[in-house]
Design a protein around this ligand. Structure first.
Ligand SMILES: [Fe+2]
Ligand SMILES: [Fe+2]
Length: 334
């Protein structure tokens, strides 16, 4: 590399390869850069608010990311060493069976989760595209029709990474199979995929290393504004029942915010824009979140870093059924 690209897009892209604890030398070899260029790159990362340094650990030069940004609460006097650090991946709305599904991108984030040593993934519903009897246009938007085809596909194709558990709720699209013939997606997934754990229809409350997390898949229509519906979801939670984190699926939007002292995340999807969304003039975000949580012994969050992963239009495989024809199941077995 003779000169460094200074754009934020380039820095965003390359920053993902600077994994916490990863060898700097391997990185330099991969991108053909020397020490002078590396220093320039690190400086550029810091200019764009990405705090990453090269430090020597056990005689090896490795990347160290310092999470000074996006700190939401920090009581004075608490050091990071006293806190429990948890990193999880959050995904949603995979809509398997829809012609716009983006399984190859889902595979990408699971691979990244594996690289980061993550063992827990949360899926916030709409695993499959379902069958709406009142939407006669739906079958044309699908390459898998009906319960057997869609759920069989999840069993065969959902990423499998040894040591990683995917805990999921079911959403509005999954529920259509129940409404049509009392077929439940979770029955088959529980039998065939022990790495996938069902938590509930539409909603679940879970405890991750002491931190209370709600997983919520609302029904009904979306809104033009990214924040409006999400804030409404928080307003309806009784004050003595509040979680620390609320994950919201269904809207296919990406948004992270704090409201009533709850960290809210609208989780994007893994499906391109559908005909329905196009007609309604709705935006559609494809991606996921890596959440870094530092909590104390009482389950209170002291530091929180939601890392948004968003894919762009040219990452999508929509043409000529490329995603459904070319993608194999991601299978990582140690
Ligand atoms: Fe959805
Ligand atoms: Fe939904």
């Amino acid at each position: 590399m003779s000169s460094i690209d200074m754009s934020i897009e380039y820095v965003d892209r390359i920053y993902k390869y600077m994994k916490n604890g990863a060898s700097v030398e391997d990185f330099m070899k991969k991108f053909h850069i020397n020490y002078k260029e590396l220093n320039g790159l690190l400086e550029l990362c810091r200019v764009y608010g990405k705090n990453v340094e090269a430090v020597v650990k056990n005689n090896v030069l490795v990347f160290e990311k310092t999470f000074a940004r996006n700190i939401i609460t920090a009581k004075p006097g608490i050091t990071m060493d006293e806190l429990i650090h948890t990193e999880i991946l959050v995904v949603s709305d995979t809509h398997f069976g829809n012609i716009h599904q983006q399984l190859h991108l889902l595979n990408k984030v699971y691979e990244e989760a594996y690289n980061r040593g993550i063992t827990l993934v949360l899926h916030v519903g709409d695993v499959v595209d379902g069958n709406y009897l009142n939407r006669p246009e739906q079958p044309r938007q699908q390459f898998l029709h009906g319960f057997d085809e869609q759920v069989g596909y999840v069993v065969d194709m959902y990423p499998y990474v040894e040591g990683v558990t995917t805990k999921y709720i079911l959403g509005s699209h999954d529920e259509t199979h129940y409404k049509n013939g009392q077929a439940t997606v979770n029955q088959w997934l529980s039998r065939c995929r022990p790495d996938m754990e069902y938590l509930g229809q539409d909603f679940a409350s879970i405890n991750v290393n002491g931190v209370k997390i709600f997983m919520d898949h609302p029904g009904g229509g979306s809104a033009q504004s990214v924040s409006y519906k999400a804030q409404k979801r928080i307003e309806i939670i009784e004050s003595n029942y509040k979680p620390k984190i609320l994950l919201i699926g269904h809207y296919h939007k990406s948004y992270s915010f704090v409201y009533r002292n709850i960290r809210g995340i609208e989780v994007p999807c893994f499906c391109g824009k559908t005909q329905f969304q196009q007609k309604q003039g709705l935006t559609n975000a494809v991606g996921a979140y890596f959440l870094n949580i530092w909590s104390d012994s009482k389950g209170n969050i002291q530091y929180f870093e939601p890392e948004e992963i968003l894919f762009k239009e040219n990452d999508f495989w929509d043409e000529a059924g490329k995603d459904r024809n070319k993608v194999k199941q991601l299978k990582i077995v140690a």
